[in-house]
Design a protein around this ligand. Structure first.
Ligand code: NAI
Length: 268
């Protein structure tokens, strides 16, 4: 029998990298892909070459097909988990963002997931009990001001998981996702647009370290552990920390209250 295998996008850094390490430590065969080739090379060194690595821009479907077919040759035509994790967050109010950045966000965070699902479908079908798992975000619970397109792509990812969890059940493929809150990764070492200009943004992973609520800073290892839990489990939506789910429940119960609280006005 061949080793169980996981194919991870955005594996050079943060959540993807922590997941690669955890699964490798458990003896799985890891397919690590990213646009960051130096990061991938250092991961391969860490695994002493015991992995599949490849540059992959998830928004490039022909490249995705090619990389999946190369991965299949290394994994023995097996794929137990497709982990759609690559993502970008570009901060800024909708009219301040260059339109191309908006489209890039959609192409990487959502079209990239669709590309993965389509490219990997044959491999997932031929692997019993396989899992299509994606990284959504707490930003999907209620549309996130300052990250409107980002939050919308993550809500789309969650909707896709729900539909696929039904559609693909007949192939013995499961689908699920995780919505992380604030995770300490390089994603926060970024800059945002204010009136068309790039400015540093507040690094929530640093500012939230002393918080104890759903917005507390967590390590990428906690999300990686959740990927493992999802493979053993049967839930559709996972939340890290679990209290992130409460925000979503509050939104469903009273979306106008949430909107008005954010605008800073009382509900009529
Ligand atoms: P990260 O910045 O450490 O890792 C993201 C990785 O994706 C990087 O290695 C980057 O090179 C790669 N990437 C970017 N564009 C790509 C493309 N076109 N094709 C392939 N790879 C690409 O950030 P982090 O936090 O590990 O992000 C992983 C996922 O977690 C993302 O989908 C992000 O939206 C999501 N997330 C992160 C949260 C956080 O607080 N850090 C919270 C909620 C969700």
């Amino acid at each position: 029998m061949t080793r169980q295998s996981i194919f991870i996008t955005g594996a050079a850094s943060g959540i993807g990298r922590a997941t690669a390490v955890q699964f490798h430590d458990r003896g799985w065969f890891v397919g690590a892909t990213d646009v960051d080739e130096a990061g991938l090379a250092s991961l391969s060194d860490q695994f002493e070459g015991d992995c599949f690595i490849s540059r992959l821009d998830v928004s490039d479907k022909p490249a995705y097909d090619e990389v999946i077919s190369e991965f299949a040759q290394s994994s023995g035509d097996r794929l137990d988990i497709l982990f759609n994790n690559a993502g970008i967050a570009i901060f800024g109010k909708i009219e301040d963002l260059p339109f191309q950045k908006v489209i890039d966000t959609v192409n990487i965070n959502f079209v990239g997931v669709l590309n993965g699902v389509h490219a990997a479908m044959a491999l997932l079908k031929q692997t019993p009990n396989s899992l299509c798992f994606s990284t959504a975000s707490s930003a999907a619970s209620f549309g996130t001001a300052g990250l409107a397109t980002y939050g919308a792509t993550k809500a789309a990812v969650k909707s896709l998981s729900e539909a696929l969890s039904v559609e693909l059940a007949r192939h013995d493929i499961r689908a699920a996702d995780v919505s992380p809150g604030i995770i300490d990764t390089p994603l926060w070492e970024t800059r945002g647009y204010v009136k068309g200009e790039m400015k540093p943004i507040a690094n929530a992973a640093k500012t939230n370290v002393n918080r104890t609520d759903a917005g507390r800073t967590l390590s990428p290892d906690e999300v990686a552990s959740c990927v493992w839990e999802a493979y053993q489990g049967d839930k559709l939506h996972y939340y890290v920390p679990p209290e992130v789910a409460d925000h979503e429940k509050a939104k469903v119960a009273d979306p106008e209250k949430m909107r008005d609280a954010q605008i800073g006005r009382r509900k009529k």
